[in-house]
Ligand binder design. Sequence first.
Ligand SMILES: *Cc1c(COP(=O)(O)O)cnc(C)c1O
Length: 498
Amino acid sequence: MDYLSTRDSTLKVKASEAIVAGLAPGGGLFVPADELDRLKLSDLPANCYQALAAKVLEPLLSGFSPVQIKVAVNSAYGAHSFDHQLITPLKKLQKGEHVLELWHGPTAAFKDLALQLLPHLLKTALKVSGFDKEMVILTATSGDTGKAALEGFRDVPGFKILVFYPDKGVSEIQKLQMVTQEGENVAVAAVKGNFDDTQRIVKELFSDENLAQDLARKGYQLSSANSINWGRLAPQIVFYFQAWLSLLEKKEIAPGEKVNFVVPTGNFGNILAGFYARRLGLPVRKLICASNENNVLYDFIRTGVYNSNRALNLTLSPSMDILVSSNLERLLYELSGADPEKISSWMSELQEKGLYRVDQNTLEEINRLFYAGYAGDEKTLFTINKVYRDFNYLIDTHTAVAKAVLDQYRQETKDLTPAVILSTASPFKFAGSVMQALGGSSAVKDKTELEIFNELATLTRINPPKNLEHLGLREIKFKQVIAPTEARHHLLKTLHLA
Ligand SMILES: *Cc1c(COP(=O)(O)O)cnc(C)c1O
């Protein structure tokens, strides 16, 4: 399969080129150039994630040989990085309701599924293209992405990675995860300010042409590995198949039976992978898009108006605190007749006015397949508590948003199609909120997040992910807090160029 830009159909590239480029020239996103061939479900292995990943990804990854893909997935999804043999195990809550645990990787959040594989794909693609520089991955993070990228790129030959995080704006556990990062090619710095400040300085570094030339002379090139890269989207398609195959294997569904997926959504990457899984032949009835109080997507799916002109709420599910869901552009392209001019005009309206309205046909197409709901913080806490009491099962705040929306969906539509809730983070990663849900505000008052973490393990008798244990005892390697104006200098210093 080759790839086109959502904003320019004259350009056609191989997957390997799309992954190296990230964004298409002119600002579009790469999408499959032709209709996807449906995979034969009975040919797919249910009990070997690596073999399944190779089968699903092979037709999508042009420019890579089957052997290269196998090597990459075996390196990415092994026992050294995932603490469950099935990689993404499926747990049954009750009849017709299942949870897909996407947090058994090194950072205990679902971004590992993509960021463990992407570095291997990128490394291979660069080698094939004869690229002779060292790639410097530069990332701004509000928490989960930075750590997942650090773990993915650590000690991968040909790469260095520098992560900036806002000194105010990540949780204590997320911060500890990053500042204790191991690896020879990694660096982390706090930036004075909030996430917007941090993101802005990274964008400035990327658009600084002098810097790019300077770095090129010294043998370096910047790259971002961010979530619009096709190399991050494609790996997420695999676990939708894995979930369905597990249901079949456990006789929870019949061959060919359709399933609903409920996805806690921020940038629209994860749920879009579900859309492509369906195009590849996975029997999906509805994709249920779950938002928190930042419910831009809910409004959009109900009305056809995407309106980002509103204040960002900081919620208990911070990885979904997003007003512009970049990956939605791909869905619009796929469901509005693959017309680059339409997409370009909507995206420039978004840029200029902060909003756009899609045509009636596109809206109907979206509604045929997607349902949208949202849940605020109070509902989120209530849901964590209820799921724990009803099923003796602990979920994090993001997963709780999805569960709350599934309950709404079933009440509203009476559709009891077997449902899979995508669980995107370990409850221990958001221990403070989870403990508050179980024990009320008094259970967390005047306690550090690490204390709460330990108490949550004791109270529930659930073992926290190994990678999150003893965070407080690990050596702190990155203490530096820089002003936004020092970012360029800090980058050069990290590369020993200043
Ligand atoms: C990134 C993230 C999400 C949102 O995923 P998108 O692909 O951005 O929609 C949800 N939950 C957690 C825990 C995340 O880290």
